[in-house]
Design a protein around this ligand. Structure first.
Ligand code: LUO
Ligand code: ZN
Length: 326
C-alpha cells in the first residue's frame, strides 16, 4: 500500500514533540503515519539509508504484533515512542548521541512491548507459562518482546536495518536488547542506582555512560503517563487497572499469588498513584533532571501536580469513609 502520499501538517509535527500530545484523538492508522514522521523528522531515513516503503511495512508488521489488551497494546507503544521523541528534542539528544543511538532509542521504544499478553512476569513465572519456561524466569516478557522485534527484522520486506554494515547492526542489536530488557521494573533500582553513581562525572563520550542513559530514557518514556495532562493520563490509568484486575481475577481463579497493587479489593486509583508517583516516578525523574534541567518544567512539574491531585483525592476519599463509619 502506498502511504507516501500522506502529508503531516507542520502544526501536527510541532504537537507531536510535546508532552501534551493527546493520543485519544488519533486512530491506529494515523498513529502509524505519525511514527513514520518521527523517523523522517529525526533525519534517520537519509543518514541510515532507510527505505521509506520498508519503514511503512515494518511499522505495519509491528502494529500487527501488538495484542488487543487493555494497556500493553499498540497505543501504549505509540505513547512510549512519542515520549521518547519529545525527550529527544527537549534535551537535544541529536547533539549528544550519534544517529545510530537515536535510531536505537526510538526503535526500541516502538518494539519494547511487542506481543505483550496482558499478564506480567510474576504471572508468567507463577503460572509456569511457555514464556517463563523458555526464558528460565529471567525477564520472560522483555526477552520475548525483543525476540519478536528481531524476528520481524529478519524478513527482507520489513527489515529497516537491511543497509546497515555488520558493525552498525551489531551496535544496534546490543543497544536494543539492553534498552528493551531495561523496561523490566524488577531492574528499576539497579538501573537507577547505576545512573545515580555516574551522574557526577557523566561523560557523553563514554559508551557505558551512554548505555545507562539510554536505559534510563526507556524507563522514563515507558512509565511517564502521569507527566501528561490529566485528560490524557487518567484514561491510561483506567486501562492499566483494567489489565491489572484481569490478571488478579485470573490469579484468584487459578489459586496463584496476587500482588496487592493489582487486587481490585485493595487498590484505589488514588492510593496506587500516590505511592507510585512518590516512590517510583518522582525519584526517577528528579535524578534524570539533575543531568537535564529541561525536564523540570516539561515533565517533573506536571508529575508533582499529579501527585497533589491524587493526594487530595485520597484525602477526600478517606474523609468520606470516616464520615460513613462514624
Ligand atoms: C517496582 O515494580 C513496580 C512498581 C510499581 C508498579 N505500579 C504501581 O505501583 C501502580 C499500579 N501504578 C502505576 N503503574 C504504572 C504506571 C505507568 N506504568 N506503570 C506500570 C505498568 C506496568 C508495569 C509496571 C508499571 C510501573 C502508573 O502510572 N501507575 C508496578 C511495578
Ligand atoms: Zn511498556
Amino acid at each position: 500500500m502506498k502511504f507516501t502520499k500522506v502529508h503531516v501538517s507542520d502544526e501536527v509535527r510541532r504537537e507531536l514533540r510535546k508532552q501534551s500530545f493527546d493520543n485519544w484523538q488519533w486512530d491506529d492508522p494515523e498513529m502509524l503515519i505519525l511514527l513514520r514522521q518521527m523517523y523522517i523528522d529525526l533525519n534517520l531515513i537519509g543518514k541510515l539509508n532507510i527505505d521509506i516503503n520498508v519503514l511503512h511495512e515494518w511499522l505495519y508488521e509491528v502494529y500487527r504484533n501488538y495484542n488487543i489488551v487493555p494497556f500493553h497494546n499498540f497505543k501504549h507503544c505509540f505513547m512510549v515512542a512519542q515520549m521518547m521523541y519529545g525527550l529527544t528534542w527537549l534535551i537535544d539528544l541529536p547533539s549528544k548521541l550519534d544517529t545510530l543511538e537515536i535510531f536505537t532509542l526510538i526503535t526500541s521504544a516502538i518494539c519494547h512491548d511487542l506481543d505483550h499478553p496482558g499478564y506480567n512476569n510474576a504471572y508468567q513465572i507463577n503460572a509456569k507459562t511457555e514464556l517463563a519456561l523458555r526464558y528460565n524466569d529471567i525477564s520472560p516478557l522483555e526477552n520475548h518482546h525483543c525476540a519478536v522485534a528481531f524476528d520481524i527484522l529478519k524478513k527482507d520486506k520489513t527489515n529497516i536495518t537491511k543497509d546497515f554494515s555488520r558493525d552498525q547492526f551489531k551496535r544496534f542489536r546490543d543497544g536494543m536488547i539492553r534498552c528493551i530488557l531495561a523496561t523490566d521494573m524488577a531492574k528499576h533500582n539497579e538501573i537507577l542506582n547505576s545512573f545515580k553513581t555516574i551522574i557526577p562525572y557523566f561523560d557523553f563520550n563514554d559508551k557505558e555512560h551512554k548505555s545507562v542513559l539510554m536505559m534510563v530514557l526507556m524507563k522514563v518514556s515507558d512509565i511517564s503517563n502521569e507527566a501528561r495532562p490529566l485528560s490524557v493520563a487518567m484514561p491510561w490509568l483506567d486501562c492499566l487497572l483494567t489489565e491489572f484486575f484481569n490478571q488478579s481475577d485470573l490469579e484468584k481463579l487459578e489459586g496463584l499469588p496476587v500482588a496487592p497493587f493489582m487486587d481490585r479489593e485493595k487498590v484505589s486509583k488514588s492510593s496506587s498513584q500516590v505511592g507510585f508517583i512518590k516512590f517510583v516516578l518522582l525519584p526517577l525523574f528528579e535524578t534524570v533532571g539533575k543531568l537535564f534541567p529541561q525536564l523540570e518544567n516539561a515533565i517533573i512539574e506536571p508529575v508533582r501536580d499529579a501527585l497533589a491531585y491524587y493526594t487530595e483525592m485520597q484525602r477526600a476519599l478517606e474523609e468520606e469513609k470516616a464520615k460513613k463509619d462514624s
